[in-house]
Design a protein. Structure first.
Length: 69
């Protein structure tokens, strides 16, 4: 399974919302505020965050994208 790299917080959010990738590497220096915001929003919906070799990895396996309203 290919991992897509996000180079900033906005790109990470866009990739997660689109659901186009199942694994997203947070390939930037994420601060604690952005990390916990991302975790609280997406982990409640089924995403998982794990520590990779250098960066955190957001896994969207079994993740359901909410419909746009």
């Amino acid at each position: 399974m290919n991992t897509v790299k996000a180079i900033n917080h906005q790109q990470a959010e866009t990739l997660i919302r689109s659901g186009s990738a199942k694994k997203i590497e947070l390939a930037y220096d994420i601060d604690s505020d952005d990390f916990f915001q991302l975790a609280s929003l997406w982990c409640d919906q089924g995403a998982k965050i794990s520590k990779g070799k250098k960066h955190f990895i957001v896994s969207l396996k079994g993740f359901r994208i909410p419909p746009n309203e």
